[in-house]
Design a protein around this ligand. Structure first.
Ligand code: ATP
Ligand code: HSE
Length: 325
């Protein structure tokens, strides 16, 4: 569950007076997510007809200084027809506020649900939406370093240290081997762009097979563009525990991406290495959280080994296996 900061309803109502958003009717903490505190607000709406908003209070991993990058990116994408949530400006024009001692924003509510077990058609739609986002991001001039890039993975592995072996015997050595492999083969010369970097099914809102919104851009950054497809691939084409590979979903994701953007020959050839990087990224962030979150904390820890299984799969696969013929 992700409500780290509890805000009394009266304080949310008082917060809303800074906006043209009406008065608070109800506020519910949203259980999904692990990074920030999110509330779903219902208000009377500016015109009294009722409205929904998301209230986000930024917690540990989001640096307040990065928020203007995220806001400008979402403005850019929204202006180019991508369904992403707008940051609502307060009456004085500011979009970033303080609430309960934390940076806080009021955000447009988008309809749709996040699927837990994507179908082939939904995987295809996700690929198309990612490619469309990459097209729309062309021309965006903002830049943000990816803190979770190869040097960042080394850093995280160092912080986890021998505790990795408490998660699974031999994991520290496996991570060190993988980092050595990636140091040697990481395709750093591939085209870079603004990427989402965390497009898991829980960050794609859908109605049936139609994507109604892309959310949670708080890891978005400048990095290898095809790495974004690798991240998405790692999240959409396996069972949750990483034990079952769904080749039909992978082929559909890749076909969807080809329809709206596509990969060059060099990106295709490097795809297995990019997927190994993506799997290691989530293995390490989950391992770090596993080691540093008490077992009885309110937030549910995500299983790092689900991404070790993906990593093992990627280490034995070629581009045609992963992307379809
Ligand atoms: N703009 C939005 N419109 C509708 N629902 C939203 C919106 N933003 C967030 N949500 C809901 O809140 C949940 C948590 O949001 P989000 O994924 O941004 O949280 P997080 O803590 O950053 O999570 P994560 O673990 O994915 O990084 C989403 O799964 C979705 O149900
Ligand atoms: N999507 C990530 C959480 C945010 O980094 C995971 O499932 O591990």
């Amino acid at each position: 569950m992700a409500v780290y900061t509890h805000v009394p309803a009266e304080d949310i109502d008082a917060f809303l007076t800074r906006y043209d958003a009406g008065r608070l009717v109800s506020a519910k903490g949203i259980a999904e997510g692990v990074e920030n505190s999110n509330y779903l607000l219902e208000t009377t709406g500016a015109d009294g007809s009722g409205h929904r908003y998301i209230l986000t209070l930024y917690e540990k991993r989001v640096d307040e200084a990065d928020l203007p990058f995220f806001m400008d990116l979402l403005d850019h994408l929204g202006a180019r027809g991508i369904r992403v949530p707008r940051f609502i400006p307060a009456r004085d024009g500011t979009r970033l506020q303080q609430l309960a001692g934390r940076p806080a924003c009021l955000i447009e509510f988008l309809t749709g649900i996040s699927v837990t077990e994507p179908t082939v058609a939904q995987s295809r739609a996700a690929g198309t939406a990612l490619g469309a986002m990459h097209r729309a991001a062309e021309g965006f001039t903002g830049q943000r370093r990816n803190a979770l890039d190869l040097p960042g993975w080394h850093d995280l592995a160092g912080k986890c240290g021998a505790d990795l072996d408490r998660i699974s015997s031999g994991l520290a050595a496996r991570v060190a081997e993988e980092l050595a492999f990636l140091d040697r083969y990481w395709p750093a010369e591939l085209p870079r762009a603004v990427i989402h970097a965390d497009l898991f099914p829980d960050n794609v809102l859908m109605l049936g097979d139609v994507v109604t919104g892309l959310i949670d851009f708080y890891f978005s950054c400048t990095d290898i563009r095809a790495y974004d497809l690798a991240v998405t691939h790692s999240a959409w084409v396996f069972s949750h525990d990483g034990a079952v590979w769904h080749g039909d979903r992978a082929a559909a994701l890749s076909a969807g991406y080809a329809e709206s953007h596509g990969l060059s020959d060099a990106e295709r050839a490097a795809f297995p290495v990019l997927c190994r990087g993506a799997a290691l990224r989530f293995l390490l962030t989950r391992a770090y959280d596993w080691i540093n979150t008490p077992a009885d904390a309110l937030v549910t820890r995500k299983d790092p080994l689900a991404f070790l299984r993906r990593l093992d799969f990627y280490a034995s696969a070629g581009p045609a296996d992963l992307l379809g013929a």
